[in-house]
Design a protein around this ligand. Structure first.
Ligand SMILES: Nc1ncnc2c1ncn2[C@@H]1O[C@H](COP(=O)(O)OP(=O)(O)O)[C@@H](O)[C@H]1O
Ligand SMILES: N[C@@H](CC(=O)OP(=O)(O)O)C(=O)O
Length: 294
């Protein structure tokens, strides 16, 4: 039995119908015989809306209260997702970041993970349940306060869980088919990369490819976590983010690939031809700002 971590971004859980669609995908992965841990983001633009709301009541919102507010977005989606999965006949339990053992430093709005103690998540898996963890949030032991990891931080939640639980793969589900040479919504000629190394991915993330959060890529590289970035709207193979060129995942645990693809991935001569038509830096999308700067 493999353990798979699946992360669903806000674009994948934007409304009730999407939550049911995502629940179905999670259940399919469980039915295929895998243990499944899910990290979920807030629905659609919820986080932006909460930030706007905070600024309507306070020009410079208190950072502690801002984190308390923003973490509610992920609590909504995790509970709804667990309900939808239960309605499909599978046991699912949702956990906040602190319940899931995401221990961070005290930097509100940009906290760093310092320890992961996912005892309750492991317990849920051992009892046959699917564990749903609220992304983007943690807990600081000294202040005993809730923290957030910065915009896009659910990717890091997923990777940290994958590392701590020894997952076979961390699947990052989004609204595009994988990592492209440039933002496919801005550069129509951009093409999907079937595989990139973490170094290449770091470069893309630093250049503004918000499809993967830079800290998550760093964390994955440090802990040897293999990432598979793919669409939650279809079953297409996405982009594998591997630590070294030689490291070739020959299959996606939730979607076995053809022998031809597998052989291509094993080829020692594989070179990532990244960004042949990369646009000038000025026309690339920029990373999302941290909540405190908005
Ligand atoms: N190089 C890239 N490859 C793929 N997507 C990219 C890239 N650069 C920017 N994007 C954008 O990232 C978006 C996905 O990130 P995001 O909106 O944060 O999704 P999610 O809500 O799933 O976390 C895509 O819709 C795409 O427009
Ligand atoms: N909801 C948070 C965390 C996050 O990771 O979101 P998403 O996965 O939708 O980028 C944000 O908007 O920043």
């Amino acid at each position: 039995m493999s353990l798979i971590v699946q992360k669903f971004g806000g674009s994948s859980v934007a409304d009730a119908e999407s939550i049911k669609r995502v629940a179905k995908r999670i259940v399919e992965t469980r039915k295929a015989g895998n243990e499944v841990v899910v990290a979920v983001s807030a629905m659609g633009d919820t986080t932006d809306e909460l930030i706007d709301l905070a600024h309507q009541v306070s020009p410079i919102p208190d950072p502690r209260e801002m984190d308390m507010l923003l973490t509610t977005g992920e609590r909504i989606s995790m509970a709804l997702l667990a309900m939808a999965i239960r309605d499909m006949g599978f046991e699912a339990r949702s956990y906040t970041g602190s319940q899931a053992g995401m221990i961070t430093d005290a930097r509100h709005g940009a906290a760093r993970i310092v320890d992961v103690t996912p005892g309750r998540v492991r317990e849920a898996l051992d009892e046959g349940a699917i564990a749903i963890v609220a992304g983007f949030q943690g807990f600081n032991r000294d202040s005993r306060d809730i923290t957030t990891l910065g915009r896009g931080g659910s990717d890091t939640t997923a990777v940290a869980l994958a590392a701590a639980l020894g997952a076979e793969v961390c699947e990052i589900y989004t609204d595009v088919d994988g990592v492209f040479t440039a933002d496919p919504r801005v550069v129509p000629k951009a093409h999907k990369l079937s595989r990139v190394t973490s170094e290449e991915m770091l470069e893309l993330a630093a250049a503004g490819a918000k499809v993967l959060y830079i800290r998550a890529v760093e964390y994955a590289r440090r802990h040897g976590v293999t990432l598979h970035v793919r669409s939650s709207f279809n079953n297409n193979e996405g982009t594998w983010v591997v630590n070294q060129v030689e490291e070739i995942p020959w299959k996606s645990p939730s979607s076995r690939v053809s022998p031809a693809t597998s052989a291509r991935r094993r080829s020692p001569s594989w070179v990532c031809r990244m960004c042949p038509e990369r646009p000038p830096r000025s026309s690339r999308s920029s990373p999302r700002p941290a909540p405190t700067s908005t």
